[in-house]
Design a protein. Structure first.
Lengths: 114, 111
């Protein structure tokens, strides 16, 4: 199967700072990538759909100015959590989809905001 | 996306076949049945998917009923490493189709 990586695996930051998470498709090109968030003991919730060369589409209730998504190339999408607060602490997971194939998920990034 | 219904939890003895059911009675004609699993603190792992025919790969088998309203994921010889939350999702195969995760089934393999 296709491989998706994320960096960093975990990050701890102070409240008010911004954090950038990278999602890369290693062996395929992905015109579409997805960003999910998962709180403890809950299921994955889709945050936004990232399309290469265009603006991301955010799910209802997700602040686009707080969660900045940039899909700059066919193998890289980034999620920046701006002015992070403790309630933003979560497990962030990306997925990428080769055209007409299934979605493959990254290993996730655990964000802790102090 | 059509909704799916799965039992919240199941146990299975190590070495036995694990059969995980999923109901998707409102599935539409162009929607596939996808199965993923998530081991604690990891990203979801793709297992298998199918449209209407039964499918088998190195990980599992997928049995879809003729009316497509339900399916069963079969792990033929469960091991302790198969302990995870298993998600059944229905979605089309279009490039930008999003996956909607339900609560899944927490499968525990018992030694």
């Amino acid at each position: 199967g296709a491989v998706v990586s994320q960096h960093p695996s975990w990050v701890i930051c102070k409240s008010g700072t911004s954090v950038k998470i990278e999602c890369r498709s290693l062996d395929f090109q992905a015109t579409t990538m997805f960003w999910y968030r998962q709180f403890p003991k809950q299921s994955l919730m889709l945050m936004a759909t990232s399309n290469e060369g265009s603006k991301a589409t955010y799910e209802q209730g997700v602040e686009k100015d707080k969660f900045l998504i940039n899909h700059a190339s066919l193998t890289l999408s980034t999620l920046t959590v701006t002015s992070a607060h403790p309630e933003d602490s979560s497990f962030y997971i990306c997925s990428a989809r080769p055209f007409t194939d299934t979605q493959y998920f990254g290993p996730g990034t655990r964000l802790t905001v102090l | 996306d059509a909704k799916t219904t799965q039992p919240p939890s199941m146990d299975c003895a190590e070495g036995r076949a694990a059969n995980l059911p999923c109901n998707h009675s409102t599935i539409s004609g162009n929607e596939y049945v996808y199965w993923y699993r998530q081991i604690h603190s990891q990203g979801p792992q793709y297992i298998i998917h199918g449209l209407k025919n039964n499918e088998t790969n190195e990980m599992a088998s997928l049995i879809i009923t003729e009316d497509r309203k339900s399916s069963t994921l079969i792990l033929p010889h469960a091991t302790l490493r198969d302990t995870a939350v298993y998600y059944c999702i229905v979605a089309s195969n279009f490039g930008n189709e999003k996956l909607t995760f339900g609560t899944g089934t927490r499968l525990t393999i018992i030694p």
